[in-house]
Design a protein around this ligand. Sequence first.
Ligand code: A2P
Length: 349
Amino acid sequence: MNGYNVAILGATGAVGGRLISQLAQSDIPVKNLRLLASKRSAGKTLKFKDQELTVEETTPNSFKNVDLVLASAGGSVSQKFLPIAVKNGAVCVDNTSAFRMDPEVPLVIPEVNRQALKKHHGIIANPNCSTIQMVLALEPIRQAYGLKQIIVSTYQAVSGAGQAAWNELLHQAQQRLNNEPMTAEITPVKGEAHHYPLAFNLLPQIDVFEPDGYTHEEWKMIHETKKIMLDDMDSPEIKVTATCVRVPVELGHGESVYFTVDDKTAKPSDLRRVLEGFPGIVVQDDPDEQLYPQPLTAAGKRETFVGRLRADAENPGAFNMWVVSDNLLKGAAWNTVEIAECLVKDGLI
Ligand code: A2P
């Protein structure tokens, strides 16, 4: 094969732009790239390597002669177009939640469950950004010491809510600096009944509420973790609970992760050692040097950063750690392109 015909669905969005640049840096041979978005963006031009490419409106005909689709245009758009792309013979890596819980669709973090790709039927789902960085940081610990329970609180950047929410946060900050009242039409969640400023604030709502009082983002963290680690979205083997909070940070999610392991003799130095040897993880953990992961230092990087690792002195086998990653790279565009690289290397496309 002298290259693949690739389409990026949602090419003009916050993740879409990074899909273009991550694809340009990847070793996937690209014969032809189509940039797809809504009618609003048709005719715009975007750069891929040294080419200026014109964005096209997405229609069912957009997927003729396409081998690989990288999608990040929202769940309903994926639901509408990806089955058409698959019918046309393409393999799709979807960054939305549309197909994540479909038992026929692998949900993949390559460093954790690359082997699940073998079972694909045309669509592979990219997990939620907050799930990816937590599961990646816990997997080496699970492999070495067993994992019993996870209690996570997230501090999630506004870019995870899309480019328009990101622009709104900057506008709110400007309003505050100008001593004007802050306005909100998107934050915390586009389409919800109430909106609140995120600038200089914290909003404990990401996605809509479920009947049990959890938000859908929290639901995703719980069930995606079980599907990725245990191949069963409802497995009772690892207990997971989550509180997800939107914070006025542009790029890079932080997570405070409390977890218990099976091996009660494990020490923080043991956990640090297994984390240091795991692909995609960088340990930044030196209290003497005030070294710990931060969104500002993680932004633009593909790795997931782990620090503040310490034992719960009152509960043997229990630990706290702090995990930060660029939510638009490992949490989205890089994990998607990394999946596509694995599909190519493993002969699954
Ligand atoms: P557009 O820029 O034309 O609206 P974000 O996650 O940053 O909000 O980006 C969403 C992406 O999804 C954008 O590229 C957007 O294109 C694209 N998109 C939104 N609605 C559609 C649609 N109906 N068909 C195709 N692409 C869409």
